[in-house]
Write a protein that binds this ligand. Sequence first.
Ligand SMILES: Cc1cc2nc3c(=O)[nH]c(=O)nc-3n(C[C@H](O)[C@H](O)[C@H](O)COP(=O)(O)O)c2cc1C
Length: 144
Amino acid sequence: MRTLIAYLSYSGNTKETAELIAGNLAADGDAADMHRIGIDPPVSASAYDLIFIGAFTWEMGATPDEVKDFVLEVGYKPDNVALFGTGDTQFGGDELFCLAVDKLARFYQSRWDGLKIEQSPRGSQEFIVKNWLKGVLHDVKNLT
Ligand SMILES: Cc1cc2nc3c(=O)[nH]c(=O)nc-3n(C[C@H](O)[C@H](O)[C@H](O)COP(=O)(O)O)c2cc1C
């Protein structure tokens, strides 16, 4: 299975989440390609069986511009996108928490609820990442 993990991270939380996803995939024998949005050269999304896109949430629930540019760069809506992201409930409570994840999941009509992590995924939230990933992989492996 060819898997892409594309993510944007300023202060490291979304990067940590991306790395946790990659680590769990690797433990199952599935190596993923990592793509740092806004840094790495463009990817060919159609080459992948599964695409993870990770984004933090910005000013009042906004999706960062770099992520919007990435979406445009991909140029179509793959039907195999799973969304994840980090946020902080201190910036507007539950209503704005990780809103970029919901917006992206809606845009891609993702078949999976987005994974939302409060700041760093390390510690107890690692299990949330693991369980979410298990659900995504279960569906993908049943489809392929
Ligand atoms: C100016 C600013 C605005 C933010 N607005 C939100 C927000 O509306 N919703 C949210 O869930 N998190 C918000 N956050 C929190 C970040 O999304 C959170 O710290 C995230 O983990 C950062 O990801 P990164 O470490 O990968 O850069 C905001 C942070 C900053 C600095």
